[in-house]
Design a binder for this molecule. Structure first.
Ligand SMILES: O=C(CO)COP(=O)(O)O
Length: 281
């Protein structure tokens, strides 16, 4: 008996063992950017979570897990995913033009032993790369490699989301080459799953997925309340070869999160078109 089995069982709850596909909801934005619209109060969180039962996994922070733990209890419930790190927020906290402007200083919020004890199936960690100070970049690579090793020992799945430390300056962080580089580094460090921002089109995203041997999930971004645009993004993600989506604001800020989630499942798991999924909303 060893931790490889634990990881297999846990990842099998998150990604369909038959197809490798998944629909995950991210609901951990508070630790990055303060009170999130749609999830500001405990009552709002409980109400939104009441609509997320159809997700394959739902990501929360360590501090919110006790508040929401009942959501995960029971047969067929979504897999608990933990947002493992805090990160600085370049634009908000630092004065532009100072050295602190680069994002990419991170702190790990829990040990992998604590994560395993809490019943978590997978953790998500950022990998901030491209800092001006290469020591920060080295620290980030080491931090992620350590998380991967600790998670392997604890039998926990690891989702790495690579981000450019200079993206708030509008650098080339969405080019196909840069995303391919970042995703591939994440997979080579040992991510079980790579989550990444969408770069605009099926043609531009397909090479990113093709050159990343780990399954790729697409993040939603701010979006709006345009349900059709959310379904289209999911459809394009699958068309580009992604294993699924990991959407946050597009789901929890929606008027009817449960309906959006059903639409996402129709597309990711059932192969429906945007129009077919929208007709069932
Ligand atoms: O996983 C996510 C944030 O960690 C995705 O969230 P958004 O879809 O709101 O960008």
């Amino acid at each position: 008996m060893d931790s490889r089995t634990g990881k297999k069982i846990r990842l099998g709850r998150l990604l369909s063992p038959a197809t490798g596909r998944t629909v995950v909801v991210a609901a951990s934005h508070g630790v990055m950017s303060g009170p999130p619209a749609g999830l500001r109060t405990a009552a709002q969180m409980r109400s939104v979570f009441g609509e997320l039962g159809a997700a394959d996994g739902v990501m929360v922070t360590p501090g919110m897990l006790p508040l929401l733990e009942d959501f995960y209890v029971g047969r067929g419930r979504p897999a608990p995913v933990l947002h493992l790190d805090w990160k600085n927020h370049g634009r908000r906290i630092y004065t532009p033009g100072t050295d602190g402007r680069s994002e990419g200083v991170l702190a790990q919020l829990a040990t992998l032993e604590e994560v395993a004890a809490a019943g978590i199936d997978a953790v998500m960690t950022y990998l901030y790369i491209g800092q001006r100070d290469s020591r920060l970049e080295r620290d980030e690579i080491e931090r992620n490699a350590r998380i991967v090793r600790d998670a392997a020992k604890a039998g926990i799945g690891v989702i790495i989301e690579p981000r450019s430390a200079l993206e708030s300056e509008g650098r080339e962080h969405l080019s196909t080459d840069v995303l391919s580089l970042y995703c591939r580094i994440s997979a080579d460090i040992g991510a079980d799953v790579v989550k990444v921002v969408w770069n605009g089109s099926v043609d531009d995203f397909t090479p990113v997925v093709e050159s990343c041997p780990a399954p790729v999930l697409v993040a939603g971004g701010p979006g709006g309340d345009d349900a059709l645009a959310t379904l289209r993004l999911a459809h394009d993600s699958i068309a580009a070869g992604a294993a699924g989506v990991m959407f946050g604001r597009r789901v929890f800020r929606a008027e009817r999160p449960a309906a959006i989630l059903e639409g996402l499942r129709d597309i990711v798991h059932e192969g429906l078109s945007v129009e077919q999924a929208a007709a069932r909303l």
